[in-house]
Design a protein around this ligand. Structure first.
Ligand code: GLC
Ligand code: GLC
Length: 648
C-alpha cells in the first residue's frame, strides 16, 4: 500500500507526543519525586526513540494492536528507568561518556558455572580475590536462573528470569555480587536466553492451560501441517535428542517448536507481546547490575516459512530493537551475540546498534585446526579477511567454552587453500576424537548425525590439546608439548585484538571429567565432559612452577601481565605478517606509540622465518619482549617448536 510513503521519523515523533502525556500521568508521583531521571529519560528518548520506533514498526506495524504494544513498551522503559539504582545510573553516564571502554587492553574475561566453580553466589563472591589475581575485568556466570530439576541444558532452560535458581542463591545476592565485582573493576555478564523458555516457565504453563495470550507466545500447532511445512528447510540442532524442530506433547495434544531440547520451548517473536516481555526481563536484570548480556542462540529467534529459520533479517531487527531500548533505559548495557554459524552470518550481528560484542567462533575453530594440521594457513587467511569489524565493536576471543566445538569455517575460504570443507571436517572430528594417526586429542563426539554425517567435538582445552593423553600414556616431553599448545592458543587469543575469554579451569590445565556418564540427567550430553567442578586442591598448586597446574597457570598469567602493560594490544586492529612459512602465524598490533610483531609456531618442529620478512618488519637484532628468542643481525629467525614470541 502506501506504507513506504510514511515518514517514519515523523511518525516516531508523533507517536511519542501521543504517548508521553499518558505516561506522565501514570508516573506523576515518581516524576515529581525524581524530576532529574525524567529529564534524562526524555533526553535519551529524543536520541533513541525514533530508531526503536522504526525497528518496532518494521516488524509489528501490520498488527492491528501495534500501538497498544508500543505504549506498553514505552511505559515499561520509563518504569525501568525510575527503578534503576543510583550506582547504575552513574555507570550509565560514565559509559555514555566512554562508550569504547571495552576496547582496553586491561580487559580480560572469565566464564564459569556458579555451582561448579564455587558452590553458590556467596562462593563466587569469595573468589573475587582469585579473579583479581588472574586479572579478570569481566566475569560471565553461566545461566543461574531458576531452572527445572533434572535436565535443564545447564540452565539454558529458564523457568523464571526473575529468580535465581534456589540452590545458587537469591536475586538480592546476585545484585550484591554485581556490586562487589564492580567495586573491583569486574563487569558481570549473564546470559539472556531469548530464543526459548523452559516448558515449565509460567508463560508456558499458562499456554498449556489454554490461555490464548500465552499460547501465542510460543509455536504451538494442533497437527503436523505447519511443522511439516517448516521442516522442509530446517537444520537439526540436537538430533540425538529429537529429530526435527518440533516435539509432540500428549497433555496438550499439540506440536511445539523446540529447536533445542523438548523442554526448551521457542518463543514466537512475531508476537509483539514476546518482544515486550523479554524487554521487561532484560531491564529487570540490567537493574540488578548485569553489564553485559550474552544473547543466546540469536540466529534462531525469527521463523519464516520456506527458509532455514536461521539468521533472518528480522532477527537482526529484533536485536537492534533490544539494543535501542537499552540506550533509553539502561545505556551501560552491552550485548554479546552467540551466533555459532557461518562466518558470513556471524559478522552480521556485530554493530554498535546491535551486538557490540560477539564470540569469535571462527578463530576458536581455526586455532584447533592449526594445532591438528600444525599449519596456520587457514587461520592466517581468516584473520586477514574476516577479522576486521566496526572499530566500535569487539570480538570476544576464546579457546573453549561450555559448548561443543563446531567446524564453522567457510568452505569457500578453505577451497582457496586446497582444502575441501566436508572432508576436512571429517578429518578434524576424527583427529579430536583421537582416532587419527598423530592425534594427541581426547575428545568426544557431540550430536553426531548419521543422516548428514555431521558431528561436533566435546572436551576440555587441556584434554583436546594433548595433556590427558600425555599424562596417561606418554610422559614428560609430551606433557611439555601439551602445555605449550594450551599456552600458544591462549597467547593468540590474548594478543590478537578484542576481549580474551578464559573458560575457568583452563588456566590450570583441567582435564576431561567422565563422571557425567553416571548422572542420568547428563549422560546423554557429552558437553558435560568439559564442565567439571573446580578442583581447588589443584588450584592450590597454581603458583608452584614444578606442577602442571603451575606451568599452565604461569604461562597464562605472564601473558595477561604483558597484555595489560602494552597499549598496542588494545582495540581490534591487526595486520597479518606473511611469514612465508605455513606453520608460522605472524601478525602485528600497533597504537600511536608502539608496534608489536608476533610469531606463533604451530608445529612440533623448529621453524624459520626468512630474512626478508624480518627486514620488512624492521626486526633486525631485536630481542623478544615476550618468549625466548633473539633475531640475528643477518639470516633467518629460527623459532623453537610451539614458540610464541613478541617483538617490538
Ligand atoms: C546456546 C548455549 C547452549 C545451549 C543452547 C540452547 O547455544 O550455548 O549451551 O544448549 O544455546 O539454549
Ligand atoms: C548450535 C547452535 C549454537 C549452540 C550450539 C550448542 O551449534 O548454532 O547456537 O551453541 O548448537 O551446541
Amino acid at each position: 500500500m502506501y506504507t513506504d510513503l510514511v515518514d517514519l521519523e515523523k511518525e516516531a515523533q508523533r507517536s511519542l507526543q501521543r504517548l508521553l502525556p499518558q505516561i506522565e500521568s501514570e508516573l506523576a508521583e515518581q516524576i515529581t519525586k525524581d524530576p532529574q531521571t525524567w529529564k534524562l529519560f526524555n533526553k535519551r528518548l529524543d536520541q533513541h526513540f525514533s530508531s526503536l520506533f522504526q525497528l518496532y514498526y518494521q516488524i509489528y506495524a501490520e498488527r492491528y494492536d501495534f500501538f497498544y504494544h508500543l505504549a506498553h513498551l514505552l511505559n515499561n522503559l520509563a518504569e525501568a528507568a525510575f527503578a534503576r539504582p543510583k550506582d547504575l545510573r552513574a555507570l550509565d553516564q560514565a559509559r555514555e561518556k566512554d562508550p569504547l571502554w571495552f576496547q582496553s587492553n586491561q580487559m580480560v574475561g572469565g566464564v564459569c558455572y556458579v555451582d561448579l566453580f564455587a558452590g553458590n553466589l556467596n562462593g563466587i563472591k569469595e573468589k573475587i580475590p582469585y579473579f583479581k589475581e588472574l586479572g579478570l575485568t569481566y566475569l560471565h556466570l553461566m545461566p543461574l536462573f531458576k531452572m527445572p530439576e533434572g535436565e535443564n541444558d545447564g540452565g539454558y532452560a529458564v523457568s523464571s528470569f526473575r529468580e535465581v535458581h534456589p540452590p545458587l542463591g537469591t536475586m538480592a545476592q546476585l545484585s550484591e555480587l554485581s556490586r562487589a565485582l564492580r567495586a573491583e573493576g569486574i563487569s558481570l555478564c549473564l546470559d539472556l536466553i531469548i530464543n526459548h523458555t523452559a516448558s515449565e516457565h509460567d508463560w508456558a504453563e499458562l499456554a498449556k492451560n489454554g490461555d490464548p495470550e500465552y499460547r501465542e507466545m510460543y509455536g504451538i500447532f494442533p497437527n503436523r501441517k505447519t511443522p511439516d511445512a517448516y521442516e522442509k528447510n530446517l537444520r537439526e540442532i540436537f538430533p540425538e535428542e529429537h529429530s526435527g524442530a518440533f516435539t509432540w506433547f500428549e497433555d496438550i495434544q499439540a506440536w511445539v517448536w523446540t529447536t533445542f531440547h523438548s523442554y526448551q520451548w521457542d518463543l514466537n517473536y512475531a508476537n509483539p507481546a514476546v518482544f515486550n516481555h523479554m524487554a521487561e526481563e532484560l531491564l529487570f536484570l540490567a537493574n540488578q547490575g548485569v553489564e553485559i548480556f550474552r544473547l543466546d542462540a540469536v540466529a534462531f529467534i525469527w521463523k519464516e516459512l520456506g527458509t532455514g529459520c536461521e539468521n533472518l533479517p528480522e532477527a537482526h531487527t529484533i536485536l537492534q530493537g533490544f539494543n535501542a531500548l537499552t540506550r533509553i533505559a539502561a545505556p551501560a548495557i552491552l550485548f554479546k551475540s552467540e551466533a555459532i554459524v557461518h562466518p558470513d552470518d556471524v559478522v552480521k550481528y556485530i554493530s554498535p546498534t546491535e551486538c557490540q560484542l560477539s564470540y569469535n567462533p571462527l578463530l576458536m575453530a581455526l586455532l584447533w585446526n592449526s594445532l591438528a594440521t600444525r599449519k596456520a594457513d587457514l587461520l592466517s587467511q581468516a584473520l586477514a579477511t574476516r577479522f576486521k569489524i566496526d572499530p566500535a565493536t569487539a570480538w570476544v576471543n576464546y579457546v573453549r567454552c561450555h559448548d561443543d566445538i563446531g567446524w564453522t569455517f567457510s568452505d569457500e575460504d578453505a577451497i582457496r587453500l586446497g582444502v575441501r570443507g566436508s572432508d576436512h571436517r571429517q578429518f578434524l572430528n576424527e583427529f579430536f576424537r583421537g582416532r587419527f594417526p598423530g592425534s594427541f586429542a581426547r575428545g568426544l563426539p557431540f550430536q553426531e548425525n548419521p543422516k548428514t554425517g555431521d558431528c561436533r567435538i566435546s572436551g576440555t582445552c587441556a584434554s583436546l590439546a594433548g595433556l590427558e593423553k600425555a599424562i596417561q600414556e606418554e610422559g614428560a616431553a609430551e606433557v611439555t608439548l601439551a602445555i605449550e599448545r594450551i599456552a600458544l592458543m591462549y597467547h593468540v587469543v590474548m594478543t590478537v585484538g578484542g576481549i580474551p575469554l578464559i573458560y575457568l579451569g583452563d588456566e590450570i590445565g583441567t582435564l576431561n571429567d567422565y563422571s557425567y556418564l553416571e548422572d542420568p540427567d547428563k549422560k546423554f550430553d557429552s558437553r558435560w565432559v568439559h564442565r567439571p567442578a573446580a578442583d581447588w586442591e589443584k588450584y592450590a598448586k597454581r603458583l608452584d612452577p614444578k606442577t602442571i597446574e603451575g606451568r599452565v597457570y604461569q604461562s597464562l598469567r605472564q601473558m595477561i601481565t604483558f597484555r595489560k602493560a602494552n597499549g598496542a594490544l588494545q582495540g581490534g586492529s591487526l595486520e597479518i605478517v606473511n611469514t612465508e612459512n605455513d606453520h608460522v602465524l605472524g601478525y602485528s598490533r600497533a597504537n600511536e606509540n608502539q608496534r608489536l610483531v608476533i610469531f606463533a609456531n604451530f608445529s612440533e618442529e623448529p621453524q624459520s622465518v626468512p630474512a626478508r620478512v624480518l627486514e620488512q618488519s624492521n626486526l633486525r637484532a631485536k630481542k623478544a619482549l615476550f618468549g625466548k628468542a633473539r633475531i640475528p643481525k643477518q639470516g633467518e629467525l629460527v623459532l623453537r617448536p610451539m614458540a610464541f614470541v613478541i617483538f617490538g
